[in-house]
Design a binder for this molecule. Structure first.
Ligand SMILES: [Zn+2]
Length: 478
């Protein structure tokens, strides 16, 4: 990749001085393409969070959610369906040739050309001619980069573009084999340098440790798309990894959803998706998933809900859900306190609970409903709410192989039984949809959400329904 001439650089430098004074929240209004009516273009590669330096292989790939891959999925093998490649600083969207590429936010065209690609190409592939490249400055120290475009480009250096303007069309020029859009978000620097990554990951960083890109560059990965509190599978806030065998189904919310075969082995996982809402205000939210009717869905889907704190560190809650419950409707999978903005993600993988049945993990719409305000509406004044749930006994306690929870509920409703360790980590959540009022027994085998046995120690067991939660301390001794 060539750098710009000195003359162009001076012009751009003054632009940067001016634009950096305009402090703005980072956001992109749309994705850089129009989602087809029945699907979105899935992601085929992510930013390498561990080492996003071009052309430098360290045999370790860290995805946007902190999942680590080593040599067996390093480029070019990952073209066939894994999730990486080493030293990747962008998001690759898999899409057909000549798909219109749109400006995801307003900005100024800094670079639009066909020029020599990286040499050598990552993964040792042969360059496919000069690479079509566009770079846009968004006036807030953020730059977006578009690679592998087909001729002709629709914009020239110096153009101002508005959200949704067509920049050009997808291709496989430069270091590319298949037609795809390499989309990159950079902060504070727009030019390419193979040893200096400026990548910001528009998927954000959802692991329980600090953002590796922030450690390298001082710019934290964030979710940059403006989204909504209701996210369907074709919307801005939903991203689906390409994977080898997805099925599109004309069922579910808006009559569409995606399904993938389940696995019990995390090493075999090849499908996942992420939903990220933008929430107007902080508060207590019901997180609701839509489950389509007439699909042989799994009974043990595992939803990972990540909530970022001010330091950019995520706390993860795992909820095991029967996707056959309440078909054709939204179902509450959990209730959490959430901050305003895009600080929460829900990730669903094809890895299911050991005891799960059913042929499809289903990926459909998700909805976030703020219940902080609805709780104090006139028809349900706070003083007449009585406790809906009670833990009658947990026996034995301390326990070894298993313990049985006896609890009572006053009203028909969804029940959540959660196991939390003393550090506050959610070990397991058992979800029971539409349980009738009465006394119930649940036998817990001392396992986490994957069905693995957990170590000895003190845990908190909580039973929750209709906004009421009761908690007991329990002791596992081995
Ligand atoms: Zn790429």
């Amino acid at each position: 990749m060539k750098k710009l001439s000195n003359t162009s650089f001076k012009i751009i430098y003054f632009f940067l001085l001016y634009s950096s004074a305009l402090a703005q929240e980072p956001f992109l209004e749309i994705r850089p393409y129009i989602a087809p009516s029945y699907e979105q273009y899935p992601t085929s590669q992510h930013v390498d969070h561990h080492h996003p330096y071009s052309n430098v292989a360290d045999n370790l790939f860290l995805r946007f959610d902190g999942i680590q891959f080593t040599d067996d999925v390093i480029f070019p093998e990952c073209i066939s369906g894994s999730s990486c490649y080493d030293g990747h600083a962008g998001i690759d969207y898999y899409m057909p040739f000549d798909t219109p590429i749109l400006a995801p936010g307003s900005g100024y065209v800094l670079w639009a050309s066909f020029s020599a690609p990286a040499d050598p190409c990552p993964g040792g592939i042969t360059p496919n001619g000069d690479q079509g490249t566009i770079i846009i400055a968004h006036g807030n120290d953020y730059f977006t980069v578009y690679l592998h475009m087909n001729p002709p480009l629709n914009v020239s250096v110096g153009d101002n573009v508005e959200t949704g303007d067509t920049l050009g069309f997808t291709g496989n020029t430069g270091c590319a084999i298949n037609a795809h859009l390499h989309f990159e978000v950079r902060k504070e620097n727009w030019f390419f340098d193979t040893s200096e990554p400026y990548a910001v990951d528009p998927f954000g960083w959802w692991n329980e440790s600090s953002d590796p890109i922030e450690e390298i560059r001082g710019n934290r990965s964030e979710w940059l798309w403006v989204s909504d509190s209701l996210i369907d599978d074709g919307d801005n806030g939903f991203q689906r990894f390409k994977g080898p065998d997805w099925t599109y189904l004309s069922s579910g919310f808006n009559n569409d959803c995606w399904a993938a075969p389940p696995t019990n082995d995390p090493e075999e996982s090849r499908h996942y998706a992420i939903w990220v809402p933008h929430l107007d205000s902080a508060g207590e939210y019901n997180i609701e998933m839509f489950f389509p009717a007439n699909v042989d869905a799994v009974t043990g889907a595992i939803y990972e809900i990540n909530v970022k704190n001010e330091d950019g560190i995520s706390n993860t809650t795992n909820v095991t859900v029967n996707q056959n419950s309440n078909p054709g409707n939204f179902t509450i999978i959990t209730t959490l306190d959430l901050p305003a903005g895009s600080k929460c993600s829900v990730i669903l993988r094809d890895v299911v609970h050991d005891s799960s049945n059913g042929a499809n993990v289903v990926f459909d719409a998700i909805r976030f409903t703020n219940i902080s305000t609805t709780n104090i509406s006139e028809d349900t004044p706070a003083h007449i709410i009585t406790d809906n749930i009670n833990i009658d006994s947990v026996y034995p306690n301390p326990f070894n192989a298993s313990t049985t929870i006896r609890y009572s509920s006053l009203r028909l409703g969804d029940i959540y039984i959660s196991i939390i360790d003393i550090a506050g980590n959610h070990i397991n959540t058992i979800y029971i949809a539409n349980q009738i009022p009465g006394t119930h027994l649940y036998k817990w085998m001392g396992t986490d959400y994957l069905g693995h046995h957990i170590p000895s120690g003190i845990y908190f067991l909580s039973v929750e329904s209709s906004g009421t939660r009761k908690t007991r301390k329990i002791l596992l001794l081995k």
